[in-house]
Design a protein around this ligand. Structure first.
Ligand code: ZN
Length: 416
């Protein structure tokens, strides 16, 4: 082993530099707890034009640039260099590419790769920032670059089942709409737009390249006219599937309406049977021996309007289990007939709502897709939102969602 190699030479090896570059200076600052490494491009070496790849001579050197690199021990490490500019006969004067860092990046490739991994696994962006010792702006730049290359590499082959879902954004009544891929395996977010109006939804769906729109077989969504019209316009061949969880939510709300009205009537007669029972009626009571289930059964055995409403709500759950449209249709006809003669106005209202969206609800039996199935996605988006209370910029919010929920290949690929 040769012990007399210089510090510069060690760093040349550690950085994996090629022969065009040398380490001109290594400086350690104890106060800043940092290592500064100045690189120099060797004189007289031929360079390559970044545009047309033809060999050129050096024109001059651009002003010094700095890149954050992986730490040396616990010391933040920064590379500095004046990058040569070449004189290309075709392209003019251009700054050459450096082997250690991507174009316009304030980080080396190795730091970017490490930063992406930390951002992916840290509980929050602020935790990742602390681990990486970078600011929020730096983290955002890392994510912007990662998402940009991830989107270029992404394939939409097999994207057959789409979902459109609204999410609140910031505070107040501001919304975003996500386009999800519900096709197979874990769901992913394909794109995000600001807003939930018709034109927003159209802009979102038009992000699907025209050649691939024909492969979309179905789109899951809430009973929301703006989405419905947009999907019919941009994806005329796709079936619309109304989200089963929204129907369930309507049924639950109807049971609660019946309970409130009945409770009020009973209370006026001095009967507090239904007092404090709201949540019992919203549950399914799968464990029939639990104490809650037993007390619920007692309540349920009383011949109350609320019991009957609850029964219709529970019964409708069978609808989603059918695999043949004909059988599902027969089930619904019977259910509807019973509900319509029940004198439970809130339940009848739901039946009329189902009638009005019948084909889109029946389409569930054929495609079996729902945005709610991507529960993991929803909770991750929620976490992104609450970790960065009140995103001031939609662009940053979009990048965070695609970074964490787009299932993109985010790894940096050095060009050399
Ligand atoms: Zn050129």
């Amino acid at each position: 082993m040769r012990h007399y190699q210089s510090l510069q030479h060690h760093y040349h090896l550690l950085l994996g530099l090629n022969q065009d570059w040398e380490v001109a200076e290594v400086r350690l600052s104890m106060e800043a707890r940092a290592v500064y490494i100045r690189l120099a491009h060797k004189a007289g070496v031929e360079v390559i034009c970044p545009e047309c790849q033809s060999p050129c001579s050096i024109f001059d050197h651009a002003p010094e640039r700095r890149w954050r690199h992986l730490d040396t021990m616990q010391f933040a490490t920064e590379l500095r260099a004046r990058v040569p500019r070449c004189q290309c006969k075709q392209c003019g004067v251009k700054t050459i590419e450096v082997p250690l860092a991507g174009k316009h990046s304030p980080f080396t490739w190795m730091f970017e790769a490490f930063g992406v991994a930390v951002l992916q696994s840290a509980a929050s962006t602020s935790e990742a920032c602390a681990l990486l010792r970078i600011g929020w702006e730096g983290a955002q730049r890392l994510m912007n670059r990662a998402v940009e290359r991830g989107l270029v590499r992404r394939s939409l082959d097999g994207f057959e089942h789409a979902g459109m879902d609204e999410k609140s954004f910031g505070s107040g009544h501001d919304y975003i709409t996500t386009l999800n891929d519900l096709s197979e395996g874990e769901a992913r977010v394909i794109e995000v737009v600001h807003g939930r109006k018709h034109e927003d939804a159209v802009a979102l769906l038009e992000q699907i390249p025209e050649a691939q729109r024909g492969q979309i077989k179905a789109v899951a969504m809430d009973m929301w006219d703006a989405y419905l019209k947009a999907a019919r316009q941009v994806l005329p061949e796709a079936d619309i599937v109304h989200d089963r969880y929204h129907i369930s939510a309507h049924l639950n709300a109807a049971v609660d309406r019946v309970r409130k009205d009945e409770h009020k009537r009973l209370m006026s007669q001095g009967d507090d049977t239904l007092k404090g029972s709201k949540y019992q009626w919203l549950r399914t009571h799968a464990d029939k021996r639990s104490s809650e289930a037993v007390s619920f059964r007692k309540l349920h055995e009383l011949d109350l309007k609320t019991s009957r409403a609850w029964h219709y709500k529970e019964d409708f759950r069978h609808f989603w289990n059918y695999h043949y449209a004909g059988a599902a249709e027969r089930f619904y006809k019977d259910w509807r007939k019973a509900v319509m003669s029940s004198r439970l106005e809130p339940m009848k209202k739901v039946a009329r709502l189902i009638d009005a969206h019948w084909q889109e609800i029946l389409n569930y039996i054929k495609h079996r897709i729902t945005n709610a199935a991507s529960e993991g996605l929803n909770s991750r988006i929620q976490a992104i939102k609450s970790a960065a209370r009140g995103f001031r910029s939609f662009a940053n919010y979009r990048v965070r969602i695609l970074f964490h929920c787009g299932r993109l290949d985010l790894k940096p690929t050095p060009t050399h």
